[in-house]
Unconditional design. Sequence first.
Length: 208
Amino acid sequence: MHYLAGAVASAPENPEPYTVLAELWADKPSELAEVVRDADSLRAVLAQSYISFLEDDMDGAALAIGSVTGAQPDVAWANAPWFSDERFLGVVSADALAEAAMRTMDYGHVLDTESVRERFRPWFHAIDVVSARQPLPEASAKMAILLRACGLTDASFALCDQADSIERIMLTEVVRAGTWRKLGDPESNAPPTTGPRTPSGRRSRRPP
């Protein structure tokens, strides 16, 4: 398993190591589950993400790969074929994907670069699919934080607006304000004093 996890780490998009892991899991599921239970090494958590997928535990798979991505975002972990599989995207809960997105930021790595955005494309796709399938305001607001961290401020605002269309909650307001701060727009970040909100959170200057 250690060797296979290393092979995945060297080329996450290569399907071959996953095929071998799936064969091992089919032959000896209890033994393999025991190896990754209470996983604390990067490779063990990585293997755990795919084994969770094989076990139809899509939330567990998302959380594990989120932890791996947060520890080492310079590897395109989400290029794993299973992460963009309809079987995963059609089942993983918005809450779990949101928590996984938050885990990608746990170590404070700089994510607002072109190279990171390229590696995180599968994350952005997953956020689009899952937030549309299960539009939960709090989960959407958390996912919008990752979009902001990656420099996708327009997409972050759009997800906040989508969350507001379901239910207005404080977290969405906080996330939106943080995005305006990132853009260096203190006027839009200031508490409202005049007109109604326009799309993406800017306050109009005309009276209500």
